[in-house]
Design a protein around this ligand. Structure first.
Ligand SMILES: NC(=O)C1=CN([C@@H]2O[C@H](COP(=O)(O)OP(=O)(O)OC[C@H]3O[C@@H](n4cnc5c(N)ncnc54)[C@H](OP(=O)(O)O)[C@@H]3O)[C@@H](O)[C@H]2O)C=CC1
Ligand SMILES: O=C1OC[C@@H](O)[C@H](O)[C@H]1O
Length: 404
C-alpha cells in the first residue's frame, strides 16, 4: 500500500529538485541517531526520505525479524553506514541509537514503544499510537516516568496547512463550529487479505488504520481535546470477509461537548476495502481523504488533509443569512511557515513527514536540555483521547476493542 505514497513522493521530489538538496545536506557532528524497528514498507516515505534532508538526524540501524530482510531494505534504498540486526532487542541494546521509529503492526506499537523507552530511547510511533486507549495511557505513563519523548506519527498534524485551517476555525470569524466530516477510503484490492490491516490480533480494522478521520475531526472540533467529551451516537461497520472481528469499513457519528460551546456533530467514514464500481472499477475518485468543517457563517473544505504536502486547497465558502452556501469563496494554501511554525520555517517541498521529523528532533533536543519545546506538537493526551473515541466507536458497533 505504501508503494503509492512512495511513487507520489518520487514525483514530488523530482518536481521540487529534492535530490540535489539531499546530496547538499551535510550532517551535524552530533546528530539524533535513529534505529528502525521493522523493515516496513512505510519506512522510506515516513523516515528515510525526511532524514536525507535533515542535517541533525541520521538513520543508524534497521532491524527485521530476519537479518536478510533488514539488509535487503538497506540495499534497496542504498543506505550508507547502517547496521542491520536480526533481533529487535539487539537494536534496542545498541548504545549508538538515540531514538527508535516504530512502524510495526498497530498491535505491537505499545509493547515495543515501552521496551524502547525502557532501553533509554525516544520513540516515534506510527499511527495509531496503539491498539486501544489503555495501551496509549501506558505509553504516556512510561514516557512521563522515564522522561523520553513519545510521539504518535500523525504526520498531517505537523504540516502548516493543518495549522492554517485550525487558526481560521479558532479565529471565530466564521462563528462556532457546527459539524465536521472526514472520510478516507482505500479501494478494494489495494490491500491483500493477509495484510496486517485485516488481522484483529495485530490491531487491524478501518478505524485504527484510517484513524486520521478521528484525529482530523477531533482536532478541528475541539478547543482543548482534554476537556472535550465525546458521545458516540452511531457506529456502523462493514465486516471484513477474512475476519468478522475486523471492520473493513466504519461509519460513525459522534458529538463533541465542551464547556461554553454548542455541541458539535462529527461524521466519519473509513474504508480499507471500498467496494469497486460494478465490482470491477476501483473508485479512485473517492480515494483521496477529505475533511469539511461546517461553521455558523461558512464552510471550510480541506480535501487531502492527510497529505497536504502533495497539493492542497483550503476553501472557505461563506454562508448566506439563511445558512445556505453563497457563491463567495476564498481559497488559500500554506506549505511553509504558518501560524505554528512561524515565518521562515520549512520549505515548499517539505512533506508532512519532514515537518514531523523536524518537530520530533526539536522535542528530543529540548527534552535532553531540560528546556520547554514550543513548536507544533501532538500531545500524548490527545493521542489517548483519540484512542478513547475509537474504543467507544468499536463498543457502539458491538465489536471488541483491539488489543484485548
Ligand atoms: N504514516 C503513514 O503515512 C503510514 C503509516 N503506516 C503505519 O505504519 C505501520 C506499518 O505499516 P506498513 O509499513 O504498511 O506495514 P508492513 O507490513 O510493511 O510493515 C510492518 C512491519 O512490522 C513487522 N512485524 C513484526 N511483527 C509482525 C507480525 N507479527 N506480522 C506482520 N508484521 C510484523 C514486519 O517487520 P520485519 O521487517 O521485522 O519482518 C514489517 O516490516 C502501521 O502502524 C501503519 O498504520 C502505514 C502506511 C502509511
Ligand atoms: O496513509 C495511509 O494510507 C492508507 C492506509 O492503509 C495507511 O495505513 C495510512 O496510514
Amino acid at each position: 500500500m505504501s508503494w503509492i505514497a512512495e511513487a507520489l513522493l518520487h514525483v514530488h521530489n523530482w518536481c521540487h529538485g529534492v535530490a540535489k538538496i539531499k546530496s547538499a545536506t551535510p550532517k551535524s557532528d552530533n546528530p539524533l541517531r535513529f534505529g528502525v524497528l521493522g523493515a516496513a514498507e512505510i519506512n522510506f516515505v515516513a523516515l528515510f526520505d525526511p532524514i536525507f534532508t535533515h542535517p541533525g538526524v541520521t538513520v543508524n540501524a534497521i532491524v527485521a525479524r530476519s537479518l536478510s530482510k533488514a539488509q535487503a531494505q538497506i540495499d534497496k534504498y542504498q543506505l550508507k553506514n547502517i547496521k542491520a540486526y536480526g533481533s529487535y532487542v539487539e537494536l534496542l541494546d545498541d548504545p549508538d541509537i538515540d531514538a527508535v521509529y516504530i512502524p510495526l503492526p498497530n498491535g505491537l506499537h505499545c509493547e515495543w514503544a515501552i521496551k524502547a523507552m525502557e532501553a533509554g530511547k525516544h520513540v516515534l510511533i506510527e499511527k495509531p499510537i496503539a491498539s486501544n486507549a489503555e495501551q496509549a495511557r501506558r505509553i504516556r505513563e512510561v514516557s512521563e516516568k522515564i522522561g523520553k519523548v513519545a510521539l504518535e506519527a500523525f504526520h498531517w498534524r505537523f504540516h502548516p496547512a493543518a495549522h492554517q485551517v485550525k487558526e481560521i476555525v479558532d479565529s471565530g470569524k466564521h462563528g462556532n463550529v457546527i459539524s465536521v466530516y472526514a472520510q478516507f477510503y482505500v479501494s478494494a484490492g489495494f490491500l491483500k487479505d493477509d495484510d496486517i490491516r485485516f488481522q484483529y490480533d495485530l490491531g487491524g480494522g478501518a478505524c485504527l488504520d484510517l484513524a486520521y478521520v478521528f484525529s482530523g475531526t477531533t482536532y478541528f472540533a475541539s478547543d482543548d481535546i482534554r476537556a472535550s467529551k465525546f458521545n458516540v451516537l452511531a457506529a456502523t461497520p462493514r465486516l471484513a470477509s477474512v475476519d468478522k472481528k475486523v471492520d473493513a469499513a466504519m461509519e460513525a457519528i459522534f458529538e463533541v461537548e465542551q464547556p461554553g460551546r454548542p455541541t458539535i456533530v462529527c461524521n466519519v467514514s473509513a474504508d480499507i476495502a471500498r467496494p469497486k464500481l460494478f465490482g470491477l472499477i476501483p473508485k479512485l475518485w473517492e480515494g483521496t481523504p477529505s475533511l469539511s468543517i461546517e461553521l455558523e457563517k461558512a464552510r471550510i473544505d480541506f480535501p487531502a488533509f492527510v497529505g497536504p504536502w502533495l497539493n492542497h486547497t483550503i476553501t472557505i465558502t461563506e454562508k448566506k443569512d439563511d445558512g445556505s452556501l453563497s457563491t463567495t469563496k476564498h481559497t488559500e494554501q500554506c506549505y511553509s511557515g504558518g501560524p505554528q511554525w512561524g515565518e521562515g520555517r520549512g520549505e515548499r517541498w517539505w512533506t508532512s513527514y519532514r515537518y514531523q521529523l523536524e518537530a520530533f528532533a526539536e522535542m528530543v533536543r529540548a527534552q535532553e536540555a531540560e528546556k520547554e519545546y514550543a513548536g507544533p506538537t501532538l500531545s500524548l493526551d490527545e493521542s489517548v483521547r483519540v484512542m478513547e473515541l475509537i474504543d467507544a466507536v468499536y463498543q457502539k458497533a458491538d465489536l471488541p476493542r483491539r488489543g484485548l
